[in-house]
Design a protein around this ligand. Structure first.
Ligand code: NAI
Ligand code: MG
Length: 358
């Protein structure tokens, strides 16, 4: 293959993460063979709960060096019934996002052709959103502590941390995203009526940054009312900016409204490009269906398309999205979308479509 080489660290993780990433690599190999203009140097890393149970760690000592030398990270999911969820999250995915300065979590969501979304009065084009989630601080800053554990007097506090730097860079990124979309509309989510310090700063900086973007239409929603608006008036939304916790919850709702959590993609970005960014489906390891071969791989494929775009391979990303849409429209669907296909059948259909349409 030609000049460009992209070094990809692939971390399948646990459960269905392993299944969907295996198929995603097949899809990427197909695209690489078709285009011939770039090479994907994919290094698969066995960082998982299995590894943690056997060796006491998720990320090996030389792991960070490996990641820093890569151009992008493809991630499946982490989480196992044998390891407490706070241990798995805080020893793998959260350190990756934090240490690699991936301060933006970008979650595009729309109703893919042919999918039946749960809202009665929502046509395919009525739901086309992109959620910009703050990804480095806020409610998931990890500050706090527990005193008098295992007594009736236990005290635990969970401290949300909002910084001017953290908010400002998120708002700027969100305004840039909104400006690049046809509707140029940004809705800011907050809870500044009840959370009167951090969230008030969040609001204040939003309005400050808005002055630099007079061409972007803005509005503000309290997070509880936002859930109602997403369900009842999906068409009134376009780009959405929210804190770490709010963005996490609203994007799961968004995925469900678009048909399934299994189709939704996300990018964890270091917009400064000093560190590799990480691309993952938004779903978890789904232990309830793991190992059955029925997980929906579309969220992982869409994430791979976002990765290709970030790496400058826009044509390849476009071809992959088109192939995904042709396959969803054709009725080749997994169980979560009301279909009967296996993960491998969906992957094969996408691969065939890539080859057909190239
Ligand atoms: P989950 O996303 O794994 O599953 C929620 C429900 O959606 C389950 O019924 C599952 O079967 C279904 N589902 C998820 N992805 C699907 C797909 N691709 N195709 C078809 N159905 C799908 O969330 P849950 O159950 O809350 O968490 C399970 C584990 O995953 C936990 O250990 C959790 O901590 C971890 N997790 C990890 C994440 C990550 O690695 N970024 C994100 C979310 C959860
Ligand atoms: Mg989540």
């Amino acid at each position: 293959n030609g000049g460009r080489t992209h070094k990809i660290a692939s971390i399948p993780g646990d459960g269905i993460g392993i299944e969907v990433i295996e198929q995603t690599v097949q899809v990427l190999r197909t695209i690489e063979a078709l285009f011939k203009s770039f090479t994907l140097d994919i290094d698969t890393l066995d960082w998982s709960s299995k590894r943690y149970l056997e060796q006491g760690e998720y990320i090996p000592a030389d792991g960070w060096q490996k990641l820093k030398a890569s151009d992008a990270i493809l991630f499946g999911a982490v989480g196992s019934p044998d390891v407490p969820d706070d241990i798995s999250l805080w020893n793998l995915i959260l350190p990756l996002r934090k240490k690699l300065n991936q301060y933006i979590n970008l979650r595009p969501i729309r109703i893919l052709p042919g999918l039946s979304a749960p809202l009665k009065n929502c046509a395919e084009d009525d739901l086309d959103w992109i959620i910009v989630r703050e990804n480095s601080e806020g409610e998931y800053a990890g500050q706090g502590g527990t005193t008098h554990d295992d007594t009736p007097y236990t005290i635990a506090n969970e401290v949300a941390v909002f910084t001017r730097v953290g908010i400002e860079r998120t708002m700027r990124f969100a305004f840039d995203v909104a400006r690049d979309r046809p509707r140029k509309k940004l809705t800011m989510v907050t809870k500044s009526n009840a959370q009167r310090h951090g969230m008030v700063l969040w609001d204040k900086i939003f309005y400050e940054v808005a002055k630099e973007y007079p061409d972007v239409e803005t509005d503000k929603m309290l997070v509880d009312a936002m859930t109602v608006r997403m369900v009842l008036k999906p068409k009134t939304l376009d780009t959405i900016v929210a804190s770490n916790l709010h963005g996490d919850i609203l994007s799961d709702l968004a995925a469900a409204l678009a048909g399934s959590i299994g189709v939704a993609a996300s990018s964890n970005l270091d917009p400064t490009r000093k560190n590799p960014s990480l691309f993952e489906p938004i779903h978890g390891s789904a232990p309830d269906i793991a190992g059955q071969g029925v997980a929906n791989p579309i969220g992982a494929f869409w994430s791979a398309a976002e990765m290709l775009r970030w790496l400058g391979e826009g044509a390849a990303a476009g071809l992959l999205m088109k192939a995904i849409e042709t396959v969803t429209a054709s009725g080749t669907r997994t169980r979560d979308l009301g279909g009967t296909c296996t993960l491998a059948q969906v992957a094969d259909a996408v691969i065939l479509e890539l080859q057909r349409s190239f």
